[in-house]
Design a protein around this ligand. Structure first.
Ligand SMILES: [Mn+2]
Length: 296
């Protein structure tokens, strides 16, 4: 398993100074990977970012949420076209910093919707994702569709809905990005949904039910890691946490981060990695016991 951390644990800022702090801290804590939020890509020196990630020995994943003016699940052709451009630019950015995965809310605008998704809008999203996924494959980047709760999108709220859309798109470069915070709200069972959609799982967010310290909320993490071990998932799990300590108008306001869940980023990050490693190791040990393959 590879362990990642979301950049918002460190900062919402895209300045080189903030990125340096985020990369250095992530590496010092012992993580394998940083997930960078694609909010202000123009202020990033891509060459420096790539070299700094390499020198720190870190992989990177890029994540984003489409803005309302780039909603590919809209019926408005201009918005759909703008969304396709945004996705193509994010794929190029991911490739240029040496990343292999683009995740987040790529299938619709990120934010609370006021109406049902339309059939035409859904068809638009499928057509765009099919095209972008094809081009992304050439760039060595996979598209991982984050499944989020009803207050953050109206198109894909469950892994089953995401899987159906991926199958209709017919692309082998589209995967599910599952986040246990959202799954806790929408799925029949987090473990049940992971097992049922194992073959399309590309990326995982590990977060608590209140998005603070792991283990201090309602998520049944032993159950989550049992399911991941069960399906043989051996890719990236990324710790995602938010607090009013780190505020950004795009992401933290859209995800309704009102409460102060932590102030000390370093302490939180160290705890998150320890927690995920232990949960994974316990799940591996349980699987061995269950198979009767433990000798001593
Ligand atoms: Mn997430």
């Amino acid at each position: 398993m590879k362990y990642g951390i979301h950049s918002f644990v460190w900062s919402s800022d895209s300045s080189q100074r903030a990125l340096e702090h985020a990369i250095a801290s992530t590496a010092e804590c012992g993580y394998d990977l940083i997930e960078w939020s694609y909010l202000d890509p123009k202020s990033v020196d891509i060459g420096w970012f790539r070299r700094r990630l390499e020198s720190a020995g870190l992989e990177a994943v890029v994540s984003m949420g489409l803005p309302p003016e780039g909603d590919i699940a809209s019926e408005d052709a201009d918005k759909v076209a703008r969304g396709e451009e945004i996705l193509d630019a994010a794929v190029a950015f991911t490739r240029d910093i040496g990343g292999r995965k683009l995740g987040g809310i790529l299938s619709s605008a990120h934010g609370k919707q006021e109406r049902q998704p339309s059939a035409k809008g859904r068809d638009n999203a499928i057509a765009v994702l099919r095209r972008v996924a094809g081009r992304a494959k050439e760039a060595g980047v996979s598209l991982n569709l984050e499944i989020v709760n009803r207050f953050e999108s109206n198109l894909l709220n469950t892994a089953a809905q995401g899987r159906a859309l991926i199958e209709e798109a017919g692309s082998d470069n589209l995967f599910l990005h599952l986040d246990v915070f959202h799954m806790n709200i929408e799925e029949a069972g987090i473990d049940v949904a992971i097992r049922a959609n194992a073959d399309r799982l590309g990326y995982v967010h590990i977060g608590e039910s209140h998005r603070g310290y792991l283990g201090t909320g309602n998520i049944d993490f032993p159950c989550v890691f049992d399911a991941l071990v069960d399906i043989g998932y051996d890719d990236i799990v990324t710790f995602e946490s938010f607090s009013s300590e780190i505020v950004d108008a795009d992401l933290s306001l859209r995800t309704a981060i009102w409460r102060n869940m932590w102030s000390d980023s370093r302490k939180l990050a160290e705890h998150g990695l320890r927690f995920m490693r232990e949960a994974h190791n316990n799940a591996l040990a349980k699987a061995e016991l269950a198979r009767g393959s433990v000798s001593g």
